[in-house]
Design a protein around this ligand. Structure first.
Ligand code: GLY
Length: 319
């Protein structure tokens, strides 16, 4: 089932893939939605539909991301994502609301179908910003979020621990997929919002948390300036507070495109991996300009307005 949905996601996204490296024109009138990967187009379209049906901008972010969490596109989002080294999913998500600089986040949460909704609940119904692990699951269940049975997890954890003690190596998480749905919105009133959700790197060590739920790493929104989201190998994003810096580069006057590229160059200049980072960024500013950049390979992302919805594909930054 998950495989069929994944194939459907890819087919739908690639069918509407626009020109390579053609940067979209700036527009100042929201709503403008930008999201990571081809499957992001389903999120941007769903978010736009939510807005046009009278939903709030935060509803739009949550509905768009919930769709991807449900479909499990690309095997890296939601409970259908690639499991960790012990064979089960631990999910990460966060959300930010520009006008009040609100934020909520959950990390390493197990068995919750929609971690983005849990993140929103943390933001709106708790005095906290981030909940992790069992506490995040308890909180989500307390607020009635859908869950799946996790009664087999203790046995999986014990089996994994025994294998580890027996000297069996965990798979390399870097080779096992680490995409994320990141979704940014400039609404018709000029306010900014964002969210992201992931099952993280496949084969990750249980308890590993990536960039996605870490504010300023996987996502950052500053309502005065712009917003940015990251995708790719979280370890190479979170060591640099990358999305917070992209927003700061925009505050200093760089376009979203230049800010995303500068962040890639900044990391590559000091990291032992140079450009072999497997990371990508999207960004939008208060004026409605958008940008995207990736370290290596190519990066398709979705851009949707009231008049167009397309997948754009950019090549890696020029070295
Ligand atoms: N960017 C998703 C992760 O590394 O967990």
């Amino acid at each position: 089932m998950a495989h069929r949905l994944t194939t459907l996601c890819l087919a739908l996204a690639l069918a509407s893939c626009a020109h390579r490296n053609a940067m979209p024109k700036a527009t100042t009138k929201g709503p403008i939605l930008i999201a990571t990967w081809p499957f992001g187009q389903q999120a941007t379209d769903k978010a736009l539909l939510t807005l046009s049906s009278g939903g709030s901008p935060l509803d739009a972010i949550v509905h768009g991301i919930r769709l991807i969490e449900h479909l499990g596109c690309d095997g890296s989002v939601g409970l259908a994502g690639r499991p960790n080294a012990a064979g089960y999913s631990q999910l990460d998500a966060c959300i930010m609301s520009g006008p009040d600089h609100g934020a909520g986040s959950v990390a390493a949460v197990e068995g919750i179908k929609h971690p983005i909704s849990a993140a929103r609940l943390v933001m709106e119904k708790s005095p906290h910003v981030m909940l992790v692990g069992e506490g995040a699951r308890w909180f989500a269940l307390e607020h009635g979020l859908e869950s799946v049975d996790v009664s087999d997890l203790p046995a999986k954890k014990i089996a994994w621990e025994q294998a580890r003690l027996a000297g069996l190596d965990a798979p390399d998480p870097g080779e096992r997929g680490h995409d994320t749905i990141g979704l940014l919105l400039l609404d018709a009133d000029g306010n900014l919002y964002g969210g992201c959700s992931t099952s993280g790197a496949g084969g990750k060590t249980p308890g590993r948390v990536g960039d996605s739920p870490i504010l300023g790493s996987g996502l950052y929104v500053d309502n005065a300036v712009g917003a940015a989201a990251g995708t790719g190998l979280g370890e190479n994003i979170m060591r640099y507070s990358a999305t917070a810096l992209i927003v700061e580069f925009m505050r200093q006057g760089l376009s979203p495109q230049a800010a995303c590229e500068k962040m890639i160059h900044r990391i590559a200049a000091s990291d032992p991996l140079a450009y072999d980072l497997s990371i990508c960024f999207i960004a939008i500013n208060k004026q409605g300009q958008t940008g995207a950049a990736c370290s290596n390979g190519s990066f398709p992302y979705a851009l949707t307005t009231n008049s167009t919805s397309e997948v754009h594909r950019i090549d890696a930054v020029e070295r």
